[in-house]
Ligand binder design. Structure first.
Ligand code: ZN
Length: 363
C-alpha cells in the first residue's frame, strides 16, 4: 500500500458516507473539490516570491501591473480564485461567501446549483506570507435553505451548530488538512510525492488541562476585567493563585494557533475588548470562529465567545466579527466563569495596575 496502510482522504470519505446510507455523495464531492483548492494554494504558497511553477512573474506583495502588462495578483486574491474555480462547477453549492468578497458569490449561470453553502477564508494570516510564517485556509459548510437555487445573503446566517462539515488546511513545514463531519476531528497530511491527503492523525483530542495560553498582550489595556484576571493569574505562575507556571505563545495566525492547540492543547484568546467599540471582536464568525469551533468541540475542547458557546451565536451579518476563546476545556470554562462571577469593574489586576509589571514596562 503506497500510504503505508493509512487511509487516503478519498477512502476516508467513502467510509464516512457508508455510515450514512441516505447520503448522496454531494458533500464528499464538495469536500474533495475544497481539498483540491487547498493543494493548489499549498503549491502557490510554497513558491513564494518565485511565482508559480511555470515561472510566471507573479506574487509581488501588492496588486499591480507586471512588465508583460498582466495584472499581478496577491496570494490571497489567487487563493480566493482557486477556491471559487475548484468548487463552483460541480453542482454541489448554491452560493459562497469568502473573506475576500464583500457580497455573496453567485455561481456562473452555466453551472447547476446544489444543496450546500460554502463559506471560506482562502488565505488566513496572509500578512504572515511575507515573513514565511505558517498560513492556512479555513472553510465551513451548511445546508442551503432552498436547494438548487441561488442563495440569498440571509441563508448564510446560520449558527455554527448547523455546520455539516468544517475544516482548515495548514501550509506549514508539511501541508495538512484537518476536517470534521461531526464525528471527531481528523487530520490528513499531504504526501507531496503522491499528491494525496493521507490520514495521519485520526480522532485528535485536545487535553482538558493545559499550562499554555495564547493572547496578544499588546491589547491588554483594552481587555475586560475577566480576561485581565485570567491572564494575570497565569503570569503570576507558581506563587500565584494557579500555583503553576504557564507558557505563552502568539503566532498571530489563527490556523497555526488552532493547529497547535489541536495537537497538544492550550487556550487561545482573541476576546472582545474596548479597543474599537464598533467591533465586537477581531475574528470573523462565519468562516473563522464557527469552523474552528466545530473542529475544537469535536476534539473534546471548548469554543466560546468568552461568555457562551460560540456555535450557538445567531449571526447577523456575513462578515460579522466576534470575541473568540477556544482550547482546553478546563481553561475555557475557567475564563467563562470569571466573566460570569465578576462585575465588570471589580478586578484590580496587580500586574496591570498602577504598580504592575506591564504598567511599569510601559512607562
Ligand atoms: Zn482570516
Amino acid at each position: 500500500m503506497p500510504t503505508g496502510g493509512k487511509p487516503t482522504l478519498t477512502q476516508f470519505l467513502i467510509e464516512e458516507r457508508r455510515r450514512h446510507p441516505g447520503a448522496t455523495g454531494d458533500l464528499n464531492a464538495l469536500v474533495t473539490d475544497v481539498s483540491l483548492a487547498c493543494k493548489a494554494i499549498a503549491r502557490k504558497v510554497a513558491f513564494g516570491r518565485l511565482g508559480d511553477a511555470m515561472g510566471a512573474a507573479e506574487p509581488a506583495p501588492q496588486t499591480g501591473i507586471n512588465i508583460q502588462g498582466e495584472e499581478q495578483k496577491t496570494l490571497d486574491v489567487l487563493a480566493n480564485q482557486l477556491f471559487l474555480r475548484a468548487t463552483e462547477w460541480g453542482g454541489h453549492v448554491a452560493g459562497m461567501v469568502s473573506e475576500e468578497l464583500e457580497h455573496v458569490y453567485t455561481l456562473p449561470t452555466k453551472y447547476p446549483r446544489g444543496k450546500y453553502l460554502l463559506m471560506f477564508d482562502p488565505l488566513d494570516g496572509s500578512s504572515n506570507i511575507d515573513v514565511n510564517v505558517t498560513v492556512g485556509s479555513i472553510f465551513s459548510i451548511v445546508r442551503a435553505a432552498t436547494p438548487e437555487v441561488d442563495a440569498e445573503p440571509d441563508d448564510f446566517l446560520q449558527p455554527g451548530t448547523e455546520q455539516v462539515c468544517a475544516g482548515y488546511a495548514i501550509y506549514g513545514p508539511s501541508t495538512m488538512l484537518v476536517l470534521t463531519f461531526g464525528n471527531g476531528t481528523h487530520a490528513f497530511t499531504l504526501d507531496p510525492m503522491l499528491g494525496e491527503w493521507v490520514l495521519s492523525h485520526p480522532n485528535m483530542r485536545i487535553p482538558e488541562k493545559t499550562r499554555e495560553f495564547a493572547i496578544n498582550t499588546s491589547n491588554s489595556r483594552f481587555w475586560e476585567p475577566a480576561v485581565k484576571r485570567y491572564v494575570d493569574e497565569c503570569m503570576a505562575g507558581q506563587s500565584g493563585p494557579r500555583g503553576a507556571d504557564f507558557n505563552m505563545r502568539w503566532i498571530a495566525s489563527l490556523v497555526a494557533e488552532a493547529h497547535r492547540i489541536l495537537m497538544r492543547g492550550g487556550v487561545f484568546m482573541y476576546p472582545r475588548d474596548t479597543k474599537d467599540p464598533a467591533k465586537a471582536g477581531r475574528l470573523r464568525l462565519l468562516y473563522e470562529a464557527n469552523p474552528i469551533s466545530f473542529l475544537v468541540e469535536q476534539a473534546g475542547g471548548l469554543a466560546s465567545t468568552g461568555r457562551t458557546r460560540l456555535m450557538e451565536v445567531q449571526p447577523d451579518s456575513l462578515h460579522q466579527r466576534i470575541g473568540f476563546v477556544f482550547g482546553s476545556s478546563e481553561e475555557v470554562a475557567r475564563l467563562q466563569g470569571y466573566h460570569h462571577e465578576e462585575p465588570q469593574d471589580t478586578y484590580q489586576a496587580p500586574l496591570f495596575g498602577k504598580r504592575g509589571l506591564f504598567a511599569a514596562a510601559a512607562v
